[in-house]
Design a protein around this ligand. Sequence first.
Ligand code: F6R
Length: 609
Amino acid sequence: MCGIIGYIGSKEAVPILLDGLKKLEYRGYDSAGIAVLKDSKIQIKKCKGKIVKLENLLEKATPKGNIGLGHTRWATHGKPNNLNAHPHNGCNSEVVVVHNGIIENYMPLRERLISEGHNFISETDTEVLPHLIESNYQNDLTLAVKKSIKEIEGSYAIGVISTHDPEKLVVSRCGSPLIIGIGEGEMFLASDIPALLSYTNRVIFLEEREIATITKDGAEIINSEGKILQKEVVNIDWDEEMTEKSGYKHFMLKEIFQETMVIRNNLEGRINLSTKALELDNLSLPLDKITEIERISILACGSSYYTALAGKYIFEELTGIPIEVDYSSEFRYRKILLGKKDLTILISQSGETADTIAALRACREAGSYILALTNVRGSTISREADSVMYIKAGPEIGVATTKAFICQLMCLYILSLYFAQVREALDSSEINKIISELIKIPQMVEIILLREPEIIKLSEEFLSFHNFLYLGRGINYPIALEGALKLKEISYIHAEGYPAGEMKHGPIALLDKTFPTVVIAPRDRVYTKVINNIKEVKARDTLVLAIATEGDKEIINIVDRVFYIPKTSDILYPILSVIPLQLFAYHIADRLGCDVDKPRNLAKSVTVE
Ligand code: F6R
């Protein structure tokens, strides 16, 4: 979704803004722009298309100045075009705004402002903001912003500059994230941490409706009532290298190859590798919560929803606690039947998915305790949940999630083992057995990654098909869904994930020799059932690629192609079986020349409903 970057200091703003915009590209966008303030004049340059187009525009005439704002737009109101691109200005180019989010009451505001003589030129909801701030301005930009945000409904993260107050950036947020970066004699603003990492690791997270007045020497932050706030400065433990491709062709590939490392990061500090003891002491979830709860609801969107589905199998198997899983976007509009005996687990890599935030707030209202699994420290979900377990994936830049998916699974395994221990749902030897397998997973992931050439070959064989069916059963059913999602989102090839046993109730009608099937068929307790399903598929002349357990000779005689993964416990297979599917989707998409890291129409964090 849209991205914001801002700078105020003594350096030229344009290179910093451009660098920040490039770091935000992964969020997804269709146009980009910057505004630079100098000598009581604001210059705006913006265009539809990629940042390189904006760069070309700027090369011809680079605005000079030490204060500026930049924006990548992902169209919601108004087509992607030069006029609708941000920044937007008021009538006299005296107030300029960049905005993420949606101003829901922009129509009546726009009509009122037009009747007062304001002239609008774009189709965006955003354009009401500079006009509103302009009309509320009485010698103080911060007060004008404060007054204006009281009049707007919806979600926003805004950066404002004005020729009237040329030494400051005024910013505010509600529903969309905004982070202030602290430098030496310079300050930064961004919608996302990776945009700041080249300059600083010290940040302040703005809370809902707070307003910051940023000068080059610091920021004064007030709440919506005007009270000055003392905000915590947070040190982010990510570094700039983490946001580079480091020699890989795409971030997605780099992130898949980081999976061994991030799995180890998740084991570290949570499982003592020599004693195999669980060490979740710094998880701020009270023990009585774990013992008292009667039900867990896991809520998430997209791929995180698929880890939630796998979480149902994991938790129910290991803890015996009944689990409900729902899409955040569906859950939030249903009658909410939660209470004090419920625990809600929210899964969100970004911690900023609008529907998951709304679901969190609905659960809170219903009285449920909320545990968040997220990757981003300081994200809205991390701040609003009662407890947080960080998934320790490091920055994930590729729009299609890979390593964060694996990390979410890791957290669910560790968490459910911990719950099983606290609730005495399993005895220590059973827990030890699973932990012993879990700590072998990084080596197994390495083995799979070494087999990438086999996947490349398979992707070449399969890339000309237009439709795929992905099948899995039991705990591997969510992985079939994830495999299909990976393929469709980055290669635009139609793929459907289905429970293998359900296939004959409908999708089997689709199958013929033009419709290959990818089946996850490890040697687990449903293996023979899956083999029967494969036979049903093969009877329709369908080409079958199986993800099977090392040493399974039987399956070679039934399917057309096999990719082997190492043997592990039944419950742990998803963490291994998803990796070849990620690589398969990646190599097909890459071969087809798709923009793997930034697939069309998609955004890394979906901050609007
Ligand atoms: C797919 C993908 C998305 C996200 C979804 C939720 O590859 O990345 O489906 O999983 O948008 O995002 P988070 O986890 O940030 O809430």
